[in-house]
Design a protein around this ligand. Structure first.
Ligand SMILES: Cc1ncc(COP(=O)(O)O)c(C=O)c1O
Length: 274
């Protein structure tokens, strides 16, 4: 396996970043997860735009997107596989042991791992912890993901693959690594970005392609929703058939099935939708 680190391809087993890297010591970094379908990165332009937005929000210098593209291409070419998780990580680089960032300049890593297509249905749970829609990192895809690690572990303990958060005012927000859609009275809704959720790329494409409304919803809308689905880079559109203790059928409902179909069709027709 080859990865990209600081300007070139390296052997994944021996590539090293400093123990003083600010991404490691304090989570000062941003990242993207990109779907690699038979060696092609899906929606790479949107992912690179979001990488830049996240970097700016964290006060990191804007990444050199030509280099990031070169890194992605080199890693994909060096490691052929059917379906991959392409991971771009961009951190504050070597820094003092504290929250002040050093002068050494950022670290860029592009790595890849093989994965398999997700099942069409899954289970999710709600968790008691909140997303902070007013926090400094709201809406940024940073490597400070400890809250997501804890919440996802809770979901796994309960036999689910995703944990859903409300925000500080009790509104429905997002999952640890996905956005959430609900069907209420036959209409498709997803929380607005002001809820503090990440501006998911799959979410944005699904809103446009399947025609969802962006609506402020209480967390307990999950209790009355006729259908629920998740969107993310590696889930695409995935039906939730069990939420907490409630079963919502054993297959995707009609609105979800249609969103899945549209997403598959449109994403196959355009690999870099703008
Ligand atoms: C917190 C969070 N929300 C939502 C998403 C979904 O975003 P995307 O569709 O761009 O993968 C992700 C990530 O992948 C995420 O980490």
């Amino acid at each position: 396996m080859k990865i990209w680190l600081d300007g070139g391809l390296r052997d994944a087993g021996t590539a090293r970043v400093s123990v003083f890297d600010h991404g490691l010591t304090v989570g000062d970094g941003v990242f993207e997860t990109v779907k690699a379908d038979r060696g092609r990165a899906f929606a790479l332009t949107r992912h690179l735009e979001r990488l830049t937005t996240s970097a700016r929000g964290l006060g990191l210098p804007a990444p050199d997107l030509d280099e990031v593209r070169r890194g992605c291409e080199a890693v994909l070419d060096a490691n052929p596989m059917a379906l991959g998780r392409l991971r771009i990580t961009y951190t504050g680089g070597v820094s003092p042991l504290g929250s002040d960032r050093g002068e050494a300049g950022p670290t860029l890593v592009v790595a890849l791992s093989e994965t398999t297509r997700r099942p069409d249905t899954t289970a999710a749970v709600t968790v008691p912890w909140t997303r902070n829609e007013r926090g400094a990192l709201a809406g940024l895809k940073t490597t400070s993901y400890g809250e997501n690690v804890v919440a996802l572990a809770r979901a796994r303990e309960l036999g689910a693959s995703e944990a859903l958060f409300g925000n500080t005012v009790g509104a429905l927000c997002e999952g640890t690594g996905s956005n959430v859609f609900v069907v209420l009275d036959g209409e498709l809704h997803t929380p607005p970005l002001t809820s503090g959720c990440l501006a998911g790329i799959t979410r944005a494409l699904t809103v446009t392609w399947a025609g969802a409304k962006e609506t402020d919803l209480p967390l307990d809308a999950l209790e009355s929703a006729e259908e629920i689905f998740l969107t993310s880079t590696l889930r695409d559109v995935q039906a939730v058939t069990r939420i907490d203790g409630r079963q919502l059928g054993d297959r995707p409902g009609p609105v979800t099935a249609e969103a899945m179909r549209i997403f598959d069709e449109r994403s196959a027709a355009d690999f870099d939708p703008r």
